[in-house]
Write a protein that binds this ligand. Structure first.
Ligand SMILES: [Zn+2]
Length: 464
């Protein structure tokens, strides 16, 4: 009976997919939703592809999954990935529908899945991944994810024992997962920019998990990312099997050492969190047996997905559009660190992050902005900060608390009007948006291009 129900679910799922595509609707979630409605153990019953590779963690899942999927499909493998879809059980069920034919037989070489860390208990025990990358574990939306130890306990309980783990040696939290599983670690050697005392507002792993003493850091990169030891017992960070030994920003290359062999890879993106994502993908590809030369070749061609990062020109101004996830103080802090500390030159920061979509069931929670390091924008190079959208006043208060001078701040609820009245004589403009404001950010970016180009050519005309 169960098997009949499974086939009925599979066919219904495929039919719903075809129907939605005919209607030109997004078909990444609903086919899986239908499958699970008809057959609640759909994930368990679906015959698995020969290789199942998953990526989970708080930050960097999408970028890392996309890199892995791109490399494998370019290497000639037939893959299915949930890259444009949902990373919860319904999205994974949709991907499984695509991975088998109408008789339920696998028709691909590898399944590459991004898995939401909180939903992993509904997914990982049933699809039993061969490999699982855990990018990191941080504080995320308190409303959804509570605290990092809670997410840790989910993964520690529900990741199957036979799954080989690719873990971040520099993340004190996630590196402690499932000590009985086969594993390799990746990590980045000490950098010139590292410190020994945390400069972020949030460090969720400062106490030794064995004896409760305060940890000491050989080096600390951001939040709890770094290399630590306990002064009172033998707890310490794990050694990395894949060590990033050099970052060459001028030539856009990274050097990765594994088993005494050094390989130089093209740097996909210069933000440190994306270098971690690339290193995670490189480590998995090596474990999976993909030739390093092939990986290098593909890394030179691919870029971080445009929905996450994009560079363009508006007149003479360089416009960098980048994701800064709302509700996620660490992810947002990484972007603020990149824009405030990593980048150079005179720049404007245009912030349009709001989470009004969260209001459907209850009020959204803005407390996270007091966990995020807006202090990083309080630097000389940042000449103007434009706060746009319905939450602009919350951000203004946050920036004033961070010590930003009020005359640097432009606060305007209408995003398009903000473009009209902002300063246009600037070298670089960073447009920070959330997943929910991505489409709007693209429209604002178009307006910036038009308005800035016009302003710059008019100014050039006056001078001539
Ligand atoms: Zn200790």
């Amino acid at each position: 009976m169960g098997q009949i129900r499974y086939y009925f679910a599979l066919w219904a799922s495929k039919a719903v997919y075809i129907l939605l595509r005919l209607l030109k609707r997004n078909a990444t979630m609903y086919p899986g939703f239908i499958a699970l409605k008809i057959c609640p153990d759909y994930l368990k019953r679906t015959k698995k592809s020969p290789n199942v590779l998953c990526v989970t963690g708080t930050n960097g899942k999408t970028t890392t999954t996309n890199m892995v999927a791109d490399i494998l499909s370019e290497s000639g493998m037939k893959i299915v990935s949930n890259r444009y879809g949902s990373n919860i059980n319904t999205g994974v069920a949709t991907a499984l529908t695509h991975s088998v034919n109408i008789f339920g037989k696998p028709k691909i070489d590898a399944l590459v899945l991004e898995v939401d860390e909180r939903f992993s208990r509904l997914i990982l025990p049933f699809i039993k991944p061969d490999y699982l990358i855990v990018t990191n574990l941080f504080r995320d939306s308190i409303k959804r994810n509570a605290h990092p130890e809670y997410i840790f306990s989910i993964l520690d309980t529900y990741v199957p024992k036979e799954t080989k783990l690719i873990l971040n040696a520099d993340c004190l939290q996630s590196s402690q997962l499932l000590k009985d599983n086969a594993r390799v670690y990746f990590g980045i050697d000490k950098l010139d920019t590292d410190v020994t005392e945390c400069i972020n507002l949030i460090n969720d792993f400062s106490i030794c998990p064995v004896c409760d003493s305060k940890l000491k850091f050989n080096y600390l990169r951001y939040h709890h990312i770094g290399n630590a030891y306990c002064p009172n017992c033998d707890f310490k960070s794990f050694d990395a099997n894949y060590r990033l030994t050099n970052i060459d920003y001028d030539n856009k290359e990274i050097t990765v050492e594994h088993n005494g062999k050094k390989d130089v890879y093209p740097m996909v993106n210069r933000a440190l969190y994306n270098i971690y994502n690339e290193l995670a993908a490189v480590s998995l590809m090596s474990e999976f047996g993909v030739d390093a030369e092939m990986v290098k070749d593909y890394m030179s061609k691919i870029s971080v997905t445009q929905t996450r990062y994009n560079e363009t020109k508006a007149g003479k101004t360089e416009v960098i559009r980048t994701m800064a996830k709302g509700q996620n103080s660490v992810s947002c802090s990484r972007t603020l660190d990149f824009v405030g500390n990593n980048e150079k030159g005179d720049r404007t920061v245009f912030i349009m992050i709001d989470d009004l979509f969260e209001r459907r069931d209850s009020s959204e929670f803005m407390g996270w902005i007091y966990d995020a390091d807006f202090e990083f924008l309080n630097v000389d190079g940042v000449k103007q900060i434009v706060l746009a959208g319905p939450r602009c006043f919350d951000y203004k208060l946050r920036l004033l608390i961070a010590g930003v001078s009020e005359d640097k701040i432009l606060c305007e609820q209408d995003e398009f009007k903000a473009v009209d009245i902002m300063d246009k004589d600037i070298d670089k403009l960073y447009l920070l948006h959330d997943t929910s404001t991505y489409d709007l950010a693209c429209k604002v970016e178009e307006k910036i291009k038009t308005v800035f180009s016009k302003a710059h050519s008019e100014k050039a005309g006056e001078q001539a």
